[in-house]
Design a protein around this ligand. Structure first.
Ligand SMILES: *[C@@H]1O[C@H](CO)[C@@H](O)[C@H](O)[C@H]1NC(C)=O
Ligand SMILES: *[C@@H]1O[C@H](CO)[C@@H](O)[C@H](O)[C@H]1NC(C)=O
Ligand SMILES: *[C@@H]1O[C@H](CO)[C@@H](O)[C@H](O)[C@H]1NC(C)=O
Ligand SMILES: *[C@@H]1O[C@H](CO)[C@@H](O)[C@H](O)[C@H]1NC(C)=O
Ligand SMILES: *[C@@H]1O[C@H](CO)[C@@H](O)[C@H](O)[C@H]1NC(C)=O
Ligand SMILES: *[C@@H]1O[C@H](CO)[C@@H](O)[C@H](O)[C@H]1NC(C)=O
Ligand SMILES: *[C@@H]1O[C@H](CO)[C@@H](O)[C@H](O)[C@H]1NC(C)=O
Length: 494
């Protein structure tokens, strides 16, 4: 139906300044196309970008899930897009098509745009079955318009999470979640390579799904169909955040996702999706011999593992994304799980970094300093915490670091970027270590459940690291311990 309407649109070719064939897989390209769409559609009598998105909402009706991709064919018919833009769309809107964002992470467009489309809160087409298949079919309460999350969760994450765990359960995929990956070139990204065998939901899909859910939820609350989507995306993927909300931007998607989705709700929606997949011819055979209890168990497992890995754990920016040089020589493997965490401040750089580009530059300069001036094999820290919402991978989980002389193989060295003699890191960044990182490390068997936190200065008495103020802070943490030892015949505790 929409295709016919589009055929009637006046030729709007002038609206899109043809850009040279330099479109790269960056969110700016997508935002640019949306801007052109919005400008071109502004003066059309009865087709708005909102309606366009609603037409594109293919996830709302499950039957579209396995048919031809309507989004691609639809957009490719728009007369006012340039050849380059169409080429870009036909590549990037394909299933699993993904783009780099300024925060240093990568998002798939499908779940992102589905979430936005769903957020406009078009009433769902068909009856959306209740979770319990034995629900009396004559009871039509489940046909009522759904609150936003009930359509947002399936459109963004729940259906694919269900399918992913099903494929893993039936041994058709080696993993149920992830992995992350890296681009060939950050200024002109063209090729994205996953760091391992793919699940049905690699990290970029999950990022896009979370953003789709967060933005869809925002749009549903605003209920303003004339909202400028390109401007919304620019704010969300920019440094300032939506409506100036410092934390309402893509860097903080994990916390923002957690704020709207409970584990119970996610489990319920995944279970509902599993029942839908059971009814689909294409996926019914995957349920062979599965009992209802096993389906419920799979939904529980999916919700728990997803939330543990993608909400409780902090997002870690891998070495290939911040532009790390290779390790010099051969790294020594740590023997896991470790028993200690040593807290550091970087001191230099002395100011916290608030964007990916600033934090990545800090990481590169620390690595250069440690390799070229100190003569170490690599950046010393195991992990580094930026003030942009992210943890940066230094030597990582498996390689012995060079952070705490004499103790490098016993614990992880975690550095906060900045100087914390007089001031504290942002409360958010402290929480990222204290709660998210440490719990995640224990769950992932990287840290012993009974680990101990020390400040660098307790191990190496000549340093003031991690700074007076930060040291006072970590002393209040429950896993902090004093260190006591004999010093020239005197028993000392620091
Ligand atoms: C959307 O917002 C951007 C930035 O504020 C502006 O340049 C653009 O013209 C707006 N588009 C429409 C259709 O209003
Ligand atoms: C758009 O306009 C055409 C003709 O002006 C009309 O036939 C059609 O029903 C309209 N579509 C919508 C969705 O309003
Ligand atoms: C219909 O289903 C809803 C939710 O499952 C339930 O709360 C309600 O009591 C049911 N109504 C009837 C008439 O069975
Ligand atoms: C990345 O792409 C840009 C633009 O094409 C180019 O100038 C630059 O040299 C590339 N960088 C690397 C590391 O290949
Ligand atoms: C699903 O399979 C059944 C039985 O093979 C068939 O009758 C039905 O038409 C199929 N439905 C679809 C949508 O392909
Ligand atoms: C399901 O059960 C039947 C009968 O026990 C068996 O022949 C079949 O191999 C099972 N299928 C799978 C996928 O385990
Ligand atoms: C935890 O570690 C402390 C010393 O660091 C030790 O005294 C205690 O027994 C340990 N507890 C367990 C359960 O391993």
């Amino acid at each position: 139906m929409l295709l016919i309407q589009l055929g009637l649109l006046p030729a709007l070719l002038c609206a899109s300044v043809a850009r040279a064939g330099d479109l790269t897989f960056h969110i700016d390209t997508v935002i640019g196309i949306l801007e052109d769409l919005e400008l071109s559609l502004k003066d059309t009598p009865n087709l708005t970008v909102t309606e366009l998105f609603q037409e594109l909402e293919y996830c709302g009706s499950e039957k579209c899930k396995f048919s031809l991709d309507p989004m691609t064919s639809l957009l490719l018919d728009l007369p006012f897009l340039s050849h380059e833009q169409k080429t870009f769309l036909s590549h990037s809107l394909k299933e699993r098509g993904m783009v780099l964002t300024p925060d240093g992470t990568t998002v798939s467009l499908h779940p992102l745009l589905s979430g936005i489309a769903s957020g406009f809160n078009k009433p769902l087409e068909g009856p959306w079955p209740a979770t319990d298949l034995e629900t009396d079919p004559s009871n039509s309460s489940h046909l009522q318009p759904q609150p936003p999350l009930d359509s947002l969760l399936p459109a963004t994450i729940a259906t694919d999470l269900a399918l992913s765990f099903l494929l893993f359960h039936t041994k058709q995929r080696q993993r149920a979640l992830g992995p992350n990956g890296c681009w060939d070139n950050l200024s002109a990204p063209k090729v994205f390579t996953l760091m391992g065998p793919p699940s049905h939901v690699p990290d970029p899909f999950i990022n896009g799904a979370m953003d789709g859910l967060i933005l869809g939820n925002y749009l549903a609350e605003k209920a303003d169909l004339s909202l400028n989507i390109s401007a919304l995306l620019r704010d969300y993927y920019g440094d300032e955040g939506v409506e100036g909300g410092k934390r309402f931007r893509s860097n903080f998607r994990r916390k923002n996702f957690a704020a709207v989705v409970s584990e119970a709700k996610l489990r319920e929606e995944v279970e509902c999706s599993l029942h839908l997949l059971h009814q689909q011819n294409e996926t019914a055979s995957l349920f062979e011999n599965m009992t209802r209890e096993e389906v419920s168990l799979l939904a529980r497992q999916a919700a728990e593992e997803f939330l543990a890995l993608y909400v409780e754990c902090p997002a870690i920016i891998p070495r290939c994304m911040w532009g790390a040089r290779p390790y010099k020589g051969t790294p020594t493997q740590l023997k896991l799980p470790l028993h200690f965490v040593y807290v550091h401040h970087t001191s230099s750089p002395s100011e916290p970094c608030r964007t990916f580009s600033a934090c990545a530059a800090d990481m590169r300069s620390m690595q250069r300093f440690h390799q070229d001036i100190r003569g170490w094999d690599d950046i010393g820290y195991s992990f580094v915490i930026g003030d942009d919402g992210y943890v940066y991978q230094g030597r990582g989980w498996h390689w012995v670091g060079a952070h705490t002389l004499g103790y490098n193989s016993r614990g992880y060295g975690i550095g906060f970027i900045g100087n914390y003699m007089k001031a504290l890191p942002d409360a958010y960044d402290l929480e990222l270590l204290k709660k998210n990182f440490l719990q995640c490390a224990v769950k992932g068997s990287k840290l012993h459940a009974n680990y101990t936190i020390h400040g660098h200065r307790q191990m190496v008495l000549t340093t003031s690291c991690p700074g007076d103020r930060l040291f006072e802070e970590i002393k209040t943490w429950k896993d902090f311990k004093m260190r006591c030892f004999m010093d020239n015949g005197v028993y000392r505790c620091v």
